[in-house]
Structures are given as C-alpha cells and as structure tokens.
Design a protein around this ligand. Structure first.
Ligand code: G6P
Length: 367
C-alpha cells in the first residue's frame, strides 16, 4: 500500500532511493580504524593467503555481481575466479579442491539452484561463503560462513538495492584479500577505502539527476530492441542493465561484450536502434569508442554512460550520461544507477506493472 511505499510511486523507486543508505550499512560496520574487518569471514590471514581459486555461484542479478567479481578479484587481488550460474554449476560436476573458496550470492537466500549449488560445494569439501541479504535464510544457515548485505527487505521483483549491497560486500572481500596477500600497498588500501566511502554520496547525486534520464526514457517506450555493450567490468554492468530493462519493460534487450559485436549483434542494428554503451574503464576507452563508431555508422543511436572528464566520447555518442570519478574497480556501483532509472521510467511510461512484472517471481524456490 501507499504507506509502505513511503511516498514513492513504486517499491522499485523507493528501493533505488535507499541505495545510498544500503551501501553505507553494508560498508561502514566493516571499516574500523582505516582497515577492513570482516569478522564473520572467520578466516585467518594464512587461510586467506592460501586461497588458490574462487568460484562465484549465483542466479540472475546476483550472477551479474559475480561477473563483476571476477574482474575485481582477479584484477585487484590476483586470485583466479570462475563464475557460474547456479543451475549450471550444480550439474557440471565442478572440479573443486580444499584450498578453494566457493562464494554463493543470493538476496533471498532461498533460490533453489543456488542452495543446491551450495550443497554440492559442501559435499565436495570446499569452504563456502554466502553473501546473503535475508537473515536466517537457508543459504545463510547452510553456508560455512555468511556475510550479510544490510539492504533490508526488498519488495520489488527487480532487484536494485540488494544488488548494490552485494557489490559492496564483494569489494570489501577483494580489498581485504588483496591486502592480506600483499598484492596492493597500504597506500592503495587507503585510497580504495576512501573511494568506497564516497560511493553513497555519489549515488545520491546520480539519483538526484533523475529527470534527465526520465526525459530520455520517454523517447524509448516504443523501442523493440535495445542493446547494451561494454568491455571488462563494463560488460558486467551491461548484463545487469539489460536484465533490468527486459524484466520490467518487456522490451527485448541484449548485453554484448563490445568486442564481440562484429560476431553477431551488429547485424541487428537498424536506423535508430538504441545502444547503451558503458564506458568506465579508462584503459579500454579507445577500444569501446571505436565500437561505438561502428554502431553509429550502421544507424544506432548511442547512449553512453561514462566517467566525468571523458569528453572524447561526445564525438562518438549521441547522448552522454556522466558518472562521478571513482576507482576503476568500483564504477559498477555508479554506472548502474542511470541504467536502473532508465528501465524504471521506460516501464512506467509503458504502463507496465513495475514492481510485479509478468511471469517473474522475487524468489525462485523451484528448479
Ligand atoms: C529471481 C529474481 C531475480 C534474482 C534471482 C536470484 O529470478 O527475479 O531478480 O536476481 O531470482 O535471486 P536471489 O534471491 O538468489 O538473489
């Protein structure tokens, strides 16, 4: 009812606006005197140094958090990562060993496939960690260790604040692991923490610019197909941006690694097709910009989400949304905000049931 929505038109909008707080609540209790303390991890420094590989297993948006995690854990902490959809992991007889860590990410903690994947991992004797939102849920109870995301109850089927909190939990683990394994300096740790602590305010700022995106979204309520492209972490962001849009607006959308366009998607581009390009990884700017040029020359209308200061992009993209400066590993937390808002306003504009899209459930407890 209206009171539960706290004055917002939909739960999804309310939950998007709760993200700055969600990020603070997940982050702040784990930063003490300038260092990361994750007591619930229950791992000694020696054990952290001994991790040979991480497996991240999840479904839906939580899986997209895992795809980001692969880039973050590998890039920052230099630990090899495999990411799996839980429904695949459980049936592929995964190769696991005792010096590896399986991380299961789940908002509800009840997703049948994720729970089964967790049990499969436990049966094989590998250490398991749940990143879970619902306190006391099945995955939280059964994982060896649980790191809670403090997002509070999430009602809208399309996840926003729980997703944002999961990203934070993962960043904390990555910085912690990188520090303990001595692959980053104390100066880098301090810089990472500073950037993490700036995220809530930066998210607030992006949310307060919603009119610009609302206006843009209204032009695309009749779109048939939309494409999301990016490289590296930007590819992971694209996956989530695309899922949000199709979930709640019923517009067909696809996410593509920008370098892979020429092997498929580009044949689907017609005059006026909307392509959202996520361009937050500075070392990849040039590569993605050249993909944008390829797309435009085939008629695409390109919306770019990029870092403040990347003026180069204005020569290639048709419409640009800037996100504030942060570390390259944390851009997902910012770039996803305009994409969430875009999906939301397209869905509202089309008159869809934003909070309860057809055929979808908040938590899927059957296979
Ligand atoms: C459902 C929801 C998705 C969610 C996925 C995983 O399909 O509609 O939004 O990402 O389940 O849910 P979990 O609770 O495990 O994060």
């Amino acid at each position: 009812n209206a009171a539960e929505k706290g004055g917002y038109e939909h739960f999804m909008l309310k939950e998007m606006y709760e993200q700055p707080q969600t990020v603070r609540d997940t982050l702040n209790p784990r930063i003490k005197d300038g260092t990361i303390v994750i007591e619930e991890l229950g791992m000694s420094e020696e054990e952290i140094r001994g991790i040979r590989k991480i497996h991240i297993v999840a479904c839906g948006s939580a899986y997209h958090v895992g795809v980001t995690g692969k880039y973050v854990f590998e890039g920052m902490a230099r630990i090899p990562v495999e990411v799996d959809l839980a429904s695949e992991f459980r049936y592929r007889n995964p190769i696991l060993s005792h010096d590896e860590l399986v991380i299961v990410i789940s908002q509800s903690g009840e997703t049948a496939d994720s729970l089964a994947a967790l049990r499969e991992a436990k049966d094989k004797g590998v250490k398991t960690l749940g990143i879970v939102n619902v306190v006391g849920s099945s995955i939280a109870r059964e994982a060896d260790k649980v790191m809670y995301t403090w997002a509070g109850p999430e009602i809208a089927v399309a996840t926003t604040k729980a997703y944002s909190a999961q990203l934070i939990a993962q960043y904390l683990l990555a910085v912690k692991f990188a520090q303990v394994r001595d692959v980053i300096t104390e100066g880098e740790v301090a810089a990472f923490l500073k950037d993490l602590q700036k995220l809530p305010e930066q998210i607030e700022m992006l949310l307060s610019n919603k009119e610009k995106i609302q206006h843009f979204a209204n032009r695309y309520i009749a779109a048939k197909d939309v494409f999301f492209v990016g490289r590296g972490i930007d590819y992971a962001i694209s996956l989530e941006g695309s899922l949000k849009l199709k979930e709640i607006s019923y517009i067909h959308s696809e996410a593509y690694a920008a370098g892979e366009l020429k092997h498929g998607t580009i044949s689907l581009i017609e005059e006026g097709t909307l392509v959202a390009a996520v361009v937050t990884q500075e070392d990849l700017y040039k590569k993605t910009i050249s993909n944008i040029v390829e797309l435009s020359s085939r008629g695409a209308f390109v919306l770019a989400v990029t870092n403040t200061g990347n003026r180069e992009i204005e020569k290639a993209a048709d419409y640009v949304i800037y996100i504030p400066q942060t570390n390259k590993y944390f851009t997902n937390s910012l770039a996803i905000i305009p994409l969430q808002l875009f999906s939301y306003y397209v869905s509202v504009g089309k008159g869809c049931d934003v909070d309860k899209p057809r055929n979808l459930a908040k938590s899927v407890t059957v296979e």
